[in-house]
Ligand binder design. Structure first.
Ligand code: PZK
Length: 300
């Protein structure tokens, strides 16, 4: 399958891949089989839910999530991450993309989505209902959708090839995939980062219900390095703590507005309907509010 055309171009950078909501570029001069000197990850305003990219986009989303991701990388001092500063050796980042892009080191990525859940929701809740466990971790009986777990759990998923669904796997399966040492390191690092982030969020009235990390190995240092976007609302479920405390169990920040509207207005066959303006507007406001609550700064 060839890479779909990105909606953006960047002089000096060659488009290599587009995910649902982001586009990936390498320096133009990168030889066909060489490791790129860096990657340019560009976040778009596209929004996806139930495996579809929706229309219209959410204006400003790419920049808000990039700002949030950078802020989290900064909070997570001591955790090696893939961000690099621009150098003369790399093509410059076009000014119009600067706010929604990151120049990152090209890592050897682990084929594992490192998911941590502090609360039971989404696929975790589904699996619990069927088996009373999640990814092979037995849980107490009688839990409800949205309940806080006795302690955060690591529920990895196998990164499926393009177009296929990620598959929840056991820790033992991750050992088979990457070896005991790296599997344990990915788990411990993921749980540690989740705890740190959840504590920071909680102090700001926000619950970090769950999140997904991706790691790679830095080929130069050998260090396991935090990659991708981190702790954004595309990779995490954030809930408003006061709403949660008054018994609310589904209305999470930002993306849930889209998910809820779609669930009520679409039978999930064929092409999803166009989002109404008020849903788009509410969603932009919630993305902004999340960034403001967490970082304490007022986004534009
Ligand atoms: C990498 N993706 C997912 C991201 C997309 C797709 N530091 C890295 N080194 C090597 N590979 C990746 C990263 C990162 N981050 C990430 N695919 C490869 C992805 C952005 C846009 F279209």
């Amino acid at each position: 399958m060839s890479a779909p055309t990105a909606s953006v171009t960047a002089p000096g950078w060659r488009h290599v891949y587009s995910g649902k909501v982001r586009d990936l570029f390498v320096p133009e001069e990168t030889a066909p089989d060489a490791r790129p000197a860096a990657l340019l990850v560009v976040a778009s305003d596209r929004v996806s839910a139930f495996d579809h990219v929706l229309e219209p986009g959410i204006h400003g989303k790419g920049e808000l999530l990039t700002t949030l991701s950078r802020w989290w990388f900064h909070q997570l001092s001591g955790v090696p991450n893939h961000l690099i500063t621009e150098t003369d050796a790399l093509p410059p980042v076009p000014e119009e993309l600067a706010g929604r892009s990151m120049v990152v080191r090209s890592l050897d990525m682990f084929p594992i989505e490192c998911v941590v859940r502090g609360y039971l929701s989404g696929s975790g809740w589904k699996e619990y209902q069927a088996t009373q466990s999640v990814c092979g971790i037995a849980l107490p009986a009688g839990l409800h959708d949205g309940d806080r777990l006795p302690e955060p759990i690591y529920t990895p998923a196998y990164k499926a090839p393009l177009g296929e669904h990620d598959e929840n796997i056991s820790f033992e399966r991750t050992v088979e995939l990457v070896g005991q040492g790296d599997a344990a390191a990915l788990r411990d690092l993921s749980l540690d980062i989740y705890r740190r982030a959840a504590t920071i969020a909680e102090a700001r009235g926000v619950i970090l219900a769950d999140t997904k990390f991706e790691f790679g190995r830095d080929p130069e240092t050998g260090a396991i390095t935090l990659a991708d976007e981190v702790l954004t609302s595309d990779s995490s479920r954030y809930w408003d703590a006061s709403a949660y405390d008054s018994g609310e169990r589904t209305a999470s920040f930002d993306k849930q507005i889209v998910r809820n509207w779609l669930a009520a207005n679409w039978d999930q066959t064929g092409t999803p309907p166009t989002l109404p303006h008020e849903i788009v507007e509410q969603t932009v406001l919630r993305y902004r509010e999340l960034l403001e609550r967490l970082t304490g700064t007022h986004p534009l």
